[in-house]
Design a protein around this ligand. Structure first.
Ligand SMILES: O=C(O)c1ccccc1N[C@@H]1O[C@H](COP(=O)(O)O)[C@@H](O)[C@H]1O
Length: 225
């Protein structure tokens, strides 16, 4: 189970979250968020990120020039598009990306996924009208498709107390949290972050112990599995 801690705003929190075992750290480039960071702050935070921890840039319907400017200044490994971005928009940056889907009642998740054939995965988040994300609200985890064949990142209102149950119900490949591990908007709490990573990794391990440990559909030529 991979874990992303989103909304990192300072070097200390990046180091703390990485030490707690986070696989990815999120930087929010959405100006209206309390977790917004400037490209300069983001570049400084990037220096505190150890090798093999992914740095993810979160955008909400940003002007393409703004995304390019940030890409030139910050070594992002993955882009997270959290607005109503289309596939051509997302693909123009030629970087791996995930697309956030807000779980509005009645939304056709499979159709939304099909519209982004080149996305690395889909982050499923709660829906609240007028707010693009980071609401601290969850949605019915039963609604997460189990057989889409796409990588699912579960988000929305997760915290150290509910993440294990959320993973058991939804069966995602990764989880993403922001408000549920904070002590104040934009500042992560060490204990909550560590407890979240531990809970997610433990349940992920116990679930893979009960089933096949290799779920990849792709085969390598000449190699029998
Ligand atoms: O974190 C934000 O401020 C934010 C702003 C705009 C769009 C997305 C945002 N965050 C993402 O939302 C999910 C859920 O947040 P939470 O855990 O419910 O607080 C989070 O994982 C971020 O990827």
């Amino acid at each position: 189970m991979r874990v992303k801690i989103c909304g990192i705003t300072c070097v200390g929190d990046a180091e703390m979250a990485a030490a707690a075992g986070a696989d990815a750290l999120g930087l929010v480039f959405y100006e209206k968020s309390p977790r917004f960071v400037t490209p300069e702050q983001a570049a400084e935070i990037a220096h505190g990120v150890p090798p093999f921890v992914q740095l993810v840039g979160l955008f909400v319907d940003a002007h393409p020039e703004r995304v390019r400017e940030i890409l030139a200044a910050v070594p992002l490994n993955l882009l997270q598009f959290h607005g109503s971005e289309t596939a051509p928009y997302c693909e123009q940056f030629r970087r791996p990306y995930i697309k956030a889907l807000r779980m509005k009642p009645g939304v056709d998740v499979n159709a939304a996924m099909a519209a982004h054939p080149r996305a690395r995965g889909f982050l499923l988040d709660a829906y609240r009208a007028g707010v693009p994300g980071g609401t601290g609200e969850s949605f019915d985890w039963q609604r997460v498709p189990r057989d889409s064949g796409r990588q699912i990142v579960l988000a929305g209102g997760l915290n150290p107390d509910n993440v294990a149950e959320a993973i058991r119900v939804a069966g995602p490949g990764a989880v993403d949290v922001s408000g549920g591990v904070e002590m104040a908007p934009g500042r992560k709490d060490r204990q909550r972050t560590a407890a979240f990573v531990r809970a997610a990794k433990e349940v992920g391990k116990s679930m893979s112990a009960g089933g096949p440990d290799y779920v990849g559909a792709g085969k390598c030529e000449g190699v029998e599995k």
